[in-house]
Design a protein around this ligand. Structure first.
Ligand code: SF4
Length: 413
């Protein structure tokens, strides 16, 4: 039996979402070919001969990019069973079914003892994916996950409708086996893609200590929510001592009223405390934001830029974070809010989102202008200054700072 697995986009990582199911299927006797369309075109002969074609849909962009491929595969090989898996397959099941997808993998929540080492042979080499830039040098990046799902219920988060507040850890030895093979393939840095690395703080500690013991030169990055940075502050020195280059944290807003709407579990004051704490521990925070929500006002956006500047975080914030707009997916808990009901339109299948319009059309036009602006080339400081000028109508003189460690591919949905 022949299977083809396709990934269209995974934020510049070598897709674990191909390597992991490939290992499961091979163990069960399937012949598997994996294709990452961000790296090249799938072999039409392999597609035509496949009994099963699986699409890995971990994020919104990946799903939109997958739609034409699903149609192409359907036309090329009508007898193949089409499958979809990953977060956005669950969210968009109805639409994907209309396109001919027959089977949807449930979220992996069973306490399985079966953790084959992900099958990474046949994937594009790691050095052809996103790199970490640190002190003017590039590091080859591997990617793995120590857990999946999340125990929190943030209202805007696509993890929530799928995992409903549940998460599962992957045993340390299974994660280390995947790291080991990526180090052998040239990885100098590992991105842990867990939705929140501190959902299981004891597990996180065991994992980074094992990593440091076996690969003392290896660095890594993680994603941790503000609430967890404060609650598990005793673990920050452990991260520092084990090679953590930076911590991504989905701050989303600096406005307490908006944080409340999003049920983020932290306040503006918590964010300020976390910034100080992470700095004090000698770590680097990379905050992410949803700059434009139905509640963003001209003055709150100005205040957002002023705070980033005052906290000396300009180099810590990827430019795209200054322009991202709230995404409302199928099943989103945002749909519970009367405020959202007021501004949203119908679900729009081609974009896989509910469209919404700000009550002040100037905010939507500002968001669109800034999105173009942040896509231009330039350093983070240069782009921030351009955004500032657009918003305050006055130039901003900034002293260029040394860049923090950052990835080629910025983090978003
Ligand atoms: S935003 Fe982060 S912490 Fe909140 S539910 Fe999603 S993954 Fe969990």
């Amino acid at each position: 039996m022949r299977a083809v697995l396709i990934s269209t986009y995974d934020l510049g990582h070598q897709p674990l979402g191909l390597a992991s199911p490939a290992a499961y299927l091979e163990r069960r006797g399937w012949q598997v070919r994996c294709f990452d369309t961000s790296a090249g075109t799938p072999d039409p002969q392999a597609l035509a001969a496949a009994d099963l074609v699986g699409f890995f849909l971990p994020m919104h962009t990946a799903t939109r990019l997958a739609v034409p491929w699903i149609k192409r595969v359907k036309a090329l090989n009508p007898r193949a069973r089409l499958a979809a898996y990953g977060l956005y397959s669950q969210l968009n099941q109805e639409y994907l079914q209309e396109l001919g997808v027959h089977w949807f993998a449930p979220p992996p929540l069973s306490k399985s003892a079966d953790y084959p080492v992900p099958q990474r042979q046949g994937l594009k080499p790691l050095d052809q994916y996103a790199h970490l830039h640190v002190l003017g040098q590039q590091r080859t990046v591997g990617y793995t996950e120590g857990s999946h799902g999340c125990k929190h219920l943030c209202r805007h988060c696509p993890v929530v409708p799928v995992y409903q507040g549940q998460f599962r850890i992957t045993p340390v030895e299974a994660v280390m086996a995947d790291i080991r093979q990526q180090v052998a393939a040239g990885a100098q840095h590992i991105t842990f893609g867990d939705p929140d690395f501190f959902n299981g703080p004891g597990h996180a500690r065991r994992l980074v200590e094992a990593l440091q013991a076996e690969f003392p030169q290896l660095t890594y990055d993680v994603t941790i929510k503000i609430e967890h940075l404060l609650r598990h502050r005793e673990l920050l020195p452990v991260l520092r001592a084990t090679g953590c280059s930076f911590i991504t944290s989905a701050v989303e807003s600096l406005d307490d009223a908006v944080l409340e709407k999003l049920a983020k579990g932290h306040t503006r004051a918590d964010f300020l405390e976390a910034v100080a704490l992470v700095r004090q521990e000698g770590l680097t925070l990379a905050p992410t934001f949803i700059a434009f929500t139905p509640w963003t006002t001209r003055s709150s956006y100005r205040e957002f830029l002023e705070t980033i500047r005052a906290l000396d975080l300009i180099e810590n914030v990827a430019p795209v974070q200054l322009a991202l707009r709230l995404l409302i997916t199928q099943g989103s808990r945002l749909l519970e809010l009367p405020d959202i009901e007021r501004v949203r339109g119908d679900f729009h299948p081609p974009s896989l989102l509910y469209r919404w319009q700000h009550e002040d059309p100037e905010m939507d036009s500002l968001a669109a202008r800034l999105m173009k602006l942040v896509a231009q080339p330039g350093t983070r400081t240069e782009i921030f200054a351009k955004v500032w000028e657009q918003v305050f109508h006055e130039p901003l003189d900034l002293i260029p700072r040394s860049a923090i460690p950052y990835m080629d591919e910025p983090w978003y949905c």
